[in-house]
Design a protein around this ligand. Structure first.
Ligand code: NAD
Length: 488
């Protein structure tokens, strides 16, 4: 079995514990991961805290930080095939997706590399004579970054990139499910030449590693991606250190198709929106809202596509849907599908755990049009399961779209420009895609409302989240300070 170590203070090291990582395609252990327990988390945070104040890091110019990030981007690009193979083995995400996504991850590091020396302060036209007042943008401090299993290299790039550009130091906790790609990525951090302690990469279980990290008194900001229930723990823990938080959580995103849409394009986008990444995507377009006049035609095309999807081993370039990351996840999905059909939802396709090894689950479509309280409509599956609801009018479509506690992503398919604008205005979500779905870019902010969290990743604003403002007052007069009892 392969072994992976933690990366703390610039060195690879064993944690106080260890655990087996399971290959989701076979259900068998394939690697041993070092596990960070309390003492290891403390070591990592102490290292990050020392590095934050060190001459080697704090003394670097912003441009020099940017150069380190450019180097990291080049290394990620060169190592993309190797990282992709490891991610595929450890998480079951198909090689077609990991290869393309990791190559694009390099662009996120490049984007933030270029931003490092563009994070500017400001000069204020203050209302007092003999006074200069300006704002310095300074790094917020030690950042705890926590990611779930899906797309860890991507989800960590949107935290590490802006945090390092801003001058922070980071302890990144990889998920206990499929952490190998992150621990391998640590080699690139070391090779890029970041001073020891600037980036620490650990893994372990939420109950100890995650809890200790998020409550640590030396942590100033927690950047979390995961589920809403865990986010509540994170926010409670951050009350200990009064750290700021950014939360990227789940979704139950509406995918709305009007009768005037290009139905073939919409079908393809819907397939990508719910079955890509085996549905383990926070932005999964998991609620299809379809205008009743085209429902049968649309569902017939979608069913045919779903049933033609090639489900096979994730390391095969021709595979379109691979296994789920964990048995726990597959069992949860299966239970939720069963509860939904029991409540009256109609199974259009899928819904059966296949025979054989590995954590596979077929592309599944549930028609919930007559069952407004079907569990499938309110719960995030985080798997390849689409729930369908028919609507008649635009108003109904909007009401249904917003009938969720989440608010992450949404898709609108229509050829009417005016209707598209009305929907854009009315939908409560952090992202609206019109006649497209799942497009992302380092340049475009991303995040949600409600149970989907708060804060934005990507774009300029994300880098500012990792800074704090220092207001500087400088008196330019050599005259003695006059009356000390009056504030001026
Ligand atoms: P999860 O919340 O169970 O775990 C996420 C991370 O939190 C893991 O690293 C885990 O170890 C850690 N954790 C668990 N308990 C903790 C605690 N008490 N304190 C601190 N950390 C703790 O999420 P998951 O089930 O692994 O991932 C799926 C969820 O992530 C879905 O809801 C999905 O929508 C969401 N997600 C959101 C985005 C986004 O950008 N909005 C992206 C990907 C995934």
């Amino acid at each position: 079995m392969q072994r992976f170590q933690l990366y703390i203070d610039g060195a690879f090291t064993d944690g106080s514990g260890s655990f087996d990582s399971i290959d989701p395609a076979t259900g068998q252990p394939w690697a041993v991961m070092s596990e960070a327990r309390t003492a290891d988390v403390n070591r990592a945070v102490d290292a990050a805290h020392r590095a934050f104040r060190s001459r080697e890091w704090a003394g670097l110019t912003a441009s020099a930080r940017g150069k380190l990030l450019y180097k990291l981007a080049d290394l990620v690009q060169a190592a993309a095939p190797k990282l992709a193979a490891i991610e595929t083995r450890d998480t079951g995400k198909i090689i077609r997706e990991t290869s393309a996504q990791i190559a694009y991850v390099a662009e996120y590091y490049r984007y933030y590399a270029g931003m490092a020396d563009k994070i500017e302060g400001a000069h204020l036209p203050i209302d007092k004579p003999d006074m200069e007042v300006w704002l310095r943008r300074e790094p917020i401090g030690v950042v705890a970054a926590i990611v779930p299993w899906n797309s860890q290299l991507f989800l960590s790039a949107v935290k590490l990139g802006p945090a390092l550009a801003a001058g922070c130091t980071v302890v990144l906790k990889a998920s206990e499910d499929g952490p190998a790609p992150m621990l391998e990525f640590a080699r690139l951090v070391q090779e890029a030449g970041f001073p020891p302690g600037v980036v620490n990469i650990i893994t372990g279980f939420g109950s100890e590693c995650g809890a200790v990290l998020t409550a640590h008194p030396k942590v100033s900001h927690v950047a979390f991606t995961g589920g809403p229930e865990t986010a509540r723990h994170v926010v409670r823990a951050s009350a200990e250190n009064l750290a700021s938080t950014s939360l990227e959580l789940g979704g139950k995103s509406p995918f709305i198709v009007f009768e005037d849409a290009d139905l073939d394009s919409a079908v393809n986008a819907q397939v990508s929106g719910i079955f890509a990444a085996t549905g383990q995507s926070c932005v999964a377009g998991s609620r299809l809202l379809i205008q009743r006049s085209v429902k049968d035609a649309f569902l017939a095309k979608l069913k045919a596509k779903a049933e033609a999807i090639r489900i096979a081993a994730p390391d095969d370039m021709t595979t379109e849907v691979g296994p789920l990351c964990t048995q726990r996840q597959r069992d949860r999905i299966d239970t939720l599908v069963a509860a939904s059909t029991a409540s009256g939802a109609v199974l259009v396709t899928g819904g059966q755990v296949p025979e054989g090894q590995g954590f596979y689950y077929p592309p599944t479509i549930l028609d919930c049009s007559d069952v407004p309280d079907a569990p499938a409509l309110s719960n995030e599956f985080f798997g390849p399961v689409l729930s369908v609801v028919a609507f008649d009018t635009e108003e109904q479509a909007l009401d249904l779209a917003n009938d969720t506690a989440f608010g992450l992503a949404s898709g609108v398919f229509t050829r009417s420009l005016t209707r598209a604008h009305r929907m854009i205005r009315g939908i409560r979500a952090g992202v609206v895609w019109v006649n497209t779905y799942r497009a992302v870019s380092p340049i475009a902010p991303f995040g949600g409302h409600g149970l989907s969290g708060h804060g934005r990743e990507g774009g300029l604003a994300a880098a500012l989240d990792y800074t704090t403002v220092k207001t500087v007052w400088l008196r330019t007069s050599d005259d003695p300070i006059p009356d000390p009892f009056i504030m001026r």
